[in-house]
Design a binder for this molecule. Structure first.
Ligand code: ITT
Length: 181
């Protein structure tokens, strides 16, 4: 069975990627070593830099997933700072920030970075458009899922299986797998 080392400390991301790769006969192996994240407005250079650094360190091919939620009316905030905001403020504070806003549009974005030692990194981007809900709904998923609404239901409500069919991560991973083939 083909194996891919996925460098992430995020259990939710790993669970999703593991399930999606399994469908394709690929085993995902989690590496929790982490990597330094550049401070950039876009996720692509962060994922590329991280993948390159870890591939050279471990001397093996690796993938990373840098992701985030971009809220239109907040000019894309929290975007590349999504982990910091999630960990330090949480969904209730994000909802508070959105309290008086009628433009609820938001994008979830996932960038898969992949690198083989001695080679340049490549990135694959997946985006899903949705809206910020008015309250947290659903117990599935992780992170921002309970406040991200897609066609009337939050990602927290639809469950992993449905989410994995349409998510930003699915879209990025499909591009990556096509390239790998
Ligand atoms: P690693 O860097 O170790 O992979 P992280 O949690 O720090 O894990 P990011 O830097 O990519 O990951 O930060 C992304 C943030 O957005 C983080 O708070 C995630 O929980 C959240 N997030 C990413 N994808 C998500 C998804 O599909 N559903 C809900 N929240 C998500």
């Amino acid at each position: 069975m083909r194996k891919i080392v996925f460098v992430t400390g995020n259990a939710g991301k790993f669970r999703e990627v593991k399930a999606m790769l399994e469908e394709r006969g690929i085993e995902a192996i989690q590496n929790k070593d982490g990597y330094p994240e550049l401070q950039e407005d876009d996720l692509e250079p962060i994922a590329a830099y991280g993948a390159k650094l870890v591939a050279e360190k471990l001397k093996m091919p690796v993938m990373v997933d840098d992701s985030g939620i971009f809220i239109t009316v907040l000019n894309g905030f929290p975007g590349p700072y999504s982990a910091f905001v999630e960990n330090n403020l949480g969904n209730p504070r994000v909802l508070k920030l959105m309290e008086d806003e009628t433009d609820r549009r938001a994008q979830f974005k996932s960038v898969i970075g992949y690198c083989e030692p001695g080679k340049e990194p490549v990135t694959f981007t997946g985006v899903v458009e949705g809206e910020i809900a008015y309250e947290e709904r659903g117990t599935g998923g992780f992170g921002y899922d309970p406040i991200f609404e897609y066609e009337g239901q939050t990602f927290g409500e639809i469950g992993d299986e449905e989410k994995n069919k349409i998510s930003h991560r699915r879209r990025a991973l499909d591009k990556f797998l096509e390239w790998l083939d």
